[in-house]
Ligand binder design. Structure first.
Ligand code: 5GP
Length: 200
């Protein structure tokens, strides 16, 4: 998605060799027009999948995910991160290791919002090692739902997340694929990924 790549080039800040900061349009301040375009692209990519729910992780996944849900005309569920829980009976729970915070947190979704009839589209802001997307897929599968696809706004293609998800049989689409952050510069994977199927 060219518009997103340009935004990353214009406003992204590289931290070390591994982390891209995009808090001017996605992770803190949010660009609603760009989120709308992102939602349209995800909706088009997954329109044939019979999606019934969009699932993301609070808080940075919510902006792109709500736009995808709006365009697909289905509800958005955001999994909540909680440190300790007293009552778990009515919750699906999964431990997810956070790439940026470098700590594990328990992530929960209420049982009343996901069930075995659902076909779930998972959306997240970044893909690095795949832990967040896999954890969300686990939650959907605890409900007996089908994970019909995974949509990622920014994939760091030099990290193993995509391979991990593809090996598990998931359909993955990323709107921007970063090949490298070396030397403080963002370089993208050359192929036009938004139109291509990740599995071919
Ligand atoms: P993974 O679970 O795939 O290792 O990492 C993805 C999660 O970590 C995303 O939910 C995202 O919040 C965070 N993350 C991973 N890499 C980056 C990055 O380079 N920049 C930002 N802002 N978040 C990242």
């Amino acid at each position: 998605m060219k518009q997103l790549e340009q935004k990353i080039l214009d406003e992204g800040i590289v931290l070390g060799e591994n982390v891209l900061k995009v808090d001017s349009f996605l992770n803190h301040q949010v660009d609603p027009q760009l989120m709308h375009s992102i939602g349209q692209t995800f909706a088009k990519l997954f329109e044939a999948e019979g999606i019934t729910k969009v699932l993301t992780l609070e808080s940075s996944g919510i902006a792109p995910a709500v736009m995808a849900a709006l365009l697909l005309q289905v509800p958005l569920i955001f999994a909540r991160k909680r440190k300790s829980l007293t009552l778990k009976d009515d919750l699906y729970t999964e431990k997810i290791y956070s790439f940026t915070k470098q700590e594990e947190s328990e992530v929960t979704v209420s049982r009343k919002f996901l069930n075995a009839e659902d076909r779930v589209l998972i959306i997240d802001d970044f893909l690095a090692n795949g832990d967040a997307a896999l954890g969300l897929a686990c939650i959907a599968e605890q409900a007996g739902a089908v994970v019909a696809g995974i949509g990622i706004v920014i994939e760091k293609a030099f990290q193993p997340g995509r391979d991990v998800l593809i090996q598990q049989g998931y359909r993955v689409h990323s709107l921007a694929r970063v090949a490298s952050l070396s030397g403080g510069k963002v370089a993208f994977v050359a192929e036009p990924v938004a139109q291509a199927s990740s599995n071919d």
